[in-house]
Design a protein around this ligand. Structure first.
Ligand SMILES: [Zn+2]
Ligand SMILES: [Zn+2]
Length: 406
């Protein structure tokens, strides 16, 4: 079968790999119909993880079940399913608590496993024609409709970025009426904005520097903030000040609440310096978050922080150790949430919002490609050029490369 593998820094390859076979009675074999290229795949592409050469990548996967082991009872061949990027056993302590992002048994190295990702266990990725699904009853989400229908893109985004964006809003304690700022308008940041709107936030600001991304943020009803126009935190302070009805209803002391209730870091450790965008400054976004959030507010960290990082500047940052204003955190009495999303906690409900027309995550999708175009798409997505917001690989009948400027 054809699959995308990591070769070396800035080099992905499309090659022939053995088609997976069932290894256990609880496995299923999935024929992939659509697979996403994720912003977090770029950390591997950039040589910023300890990934082995030749690893088949891809953790955003949907398709049609081709074969099931004799121990699988609720999923049948022919079923249309999407997989949470977290691979979970369903029977350990954390899985029982709904914390499938920290499953204790699937990854021999740490808590939490995923398809085709550095440090997340020995699982083949899904930027491939077929993928093996462990514990298929637990890990497959059944979908209505047919392969390639109008929901195909929306459903694919249930594998990671939509539940991840929603989880960011949960981590930041977004509730009806709250004010929210999101740093980073990549796919996760945009769907965190969509989720914040679904959760009833009163104001949602989205900070980025790429025009296409800021435009998508506006399409979801958020207020775009362009880093090129100056300090993004000062811009949001100024925008909030202009909201006269809100300002006129203030009581004394509320000038200390000039920021927002909820902030989300949807950038992670490859953040850029606001004053020198060509340079990385890993703590830039978290520093902005702490300046902007109101006292007693919430910080949701959904952007990835990874170690080891062979591309980092010094010994400490190679291990993911950075200097961070803890006193500010304590002084403002903030609550911080972080980590990967437990996709299974949300994916059924988010699927039903899609089916009932209340959510449309696929607005973020910019390109559909064939698997052969994947190496080039990684390059363009990495360089943030040609409007590459979110790229989906289509398998099966429509193998022709097609760029749809959605
Ligand atoms: Zn992803
Ligand atoms: Zn488990």
């Amino acid at each position: 079968m054809k699959a995308v593998s990591y070769e070396s820094k800035h080099k992905m390859a499309v090659g022939s790999h053995p088609k997976p076979e069932l290894k256990s009675a609880t496995d299923a074999l999935l024929r992939v119909t659509t697979s996403g290229i994720c912003g977090s795949d770029l950390h591997m592409y950039d040589g910023r993880t300890g990934l082995d050469k030749g690893t088949v990548v891809g953790h955003e996967i949907m398709g049609i079940i081709e074969e099931v082991g004799e121990g699988v009872s609720s999923i049948r061949p022919g079923d249309r399913v999407v997989l949470p990027f977290n691979i979970a056993c369903g029977s350990c302590f954390n899985c029982h608590q709904g914390n499938t992002h920290a499953c204790l048994t699937m990854n021999p190295e740490s808590a939490g496993a995923a398809y085709g990702y550095a440090g997340m266990g020995p699982y083949q990725g899904g930027q491939a024609e077929y993928v093996l699904v462990p514990f298929a009853d637990f890990n497959c989400l059944k979908l209505p409709g047919k392969e390639g229908d109008e929901w195909e893109d929306d459903f694919l985004l249930l594998s990671d970025v939509f539940p991840t964006g929603y989880h960011a809003a949960e981590l930041a304690n977004v509730k009806p009426g709250k004010t929210v700022a999101i740093f980073g308008a990549g796919p996760v940041g945009l769907l965190a904005a969509h989720s914040a709107m679904l959760k009833g936030a009163s104001e949602v600001y989205v900070v980025d520097s790429i025009p296409e991304r800021l435009q998508k943020a506006e399409e979801f009803g958020a207020i775009p903030v362009d880093v090129n126009d100056g300090d993004p935190v000062d811009q949001i302070f100024a925008l909030r000040k202009k909201n006269r009805p809100i300002q006129e209803s203030r009581r004394p002391g509320e000038e200390k609440m000039a920021g927002v209730d909820c902030v989300i870091d949807a950038v992670g450790y490859q953040a850029r310096d606001d004053n020198a965008p060509s340079q990385e400054k890993p703590m830039q976004v978290l520093e902005n978050c702490l300046r902007l959030v109101n006292p007693t507010g919430h910080v949701g960290i959904i952007g990835v922080y990874l170690a080891p990082d062979p591309g980092a500047k010094d010994k400490e940052s190679k291990q993911g150790v950075f200097s961070f204003p803890v006193a500010k955190l304590f002084d403002k009495a903030l609550t911080v949430g972080s980590g990967q999303a437990p996709v299974k906690r949300y994916n059924e409900y988010l699927r039903d919002l899609i089916v009932n027309g209340r959510a449309k995550p696929s607005k973020i999708v910019s390109h559909h490609i064939s698997i052969d175009a994947a190496p080039e798409a990684y390059d363009k997505f990495d360089k943030r050029i040609d409007g590459y917001t979110k790229v989906l690989i289509r398998f099966g009948e429509s193998k022709k490369s097609k760029a749809s400027a959605a």
